[in-house]
Ligand binder design. Sequence first.
Ligand code: CO
Length: 134
Amino acid sequence: MLGRVNHVAIAVPDLAAATAAYRDTLGATVSAPQALPEHGVTVVFVELPNTKIELLQPLGTESPIAAFLDKNPSGGMHHICYEVGDILAARDQLTQRGARVLGSGEPKIGAHGKPVLFLHPKDFFGTLIELEQV
Ligand code: CO
């Protein structure tokens, strides 16, 4: 079912500081910040040879990462995104196998314009999993 790792998302309290750390300390290629109000985040993409890292900072009052940062004030790994070929088939297989899909269970259009779903972190060892159809 799982394909490549599409990205790893890291929630950060200070996007400018996190971007500088990846760019200047780690020597990575980073994008300009992009506000995604429909997702409640501002994101910077860190481009790596085999995948990307997304640095996420809350945007607006309803940000889905605000509670995470309340519990992890210095930031932390928020989710890992795996690619799947058919997101509805993946969802149906996963729910048959006892995994819980967050929200309505219907895919939403994610930050990359492709359908995504999230799986309950308690079913996967404390890690929030995003599935993205590619
Ligand atoms: Co993501």
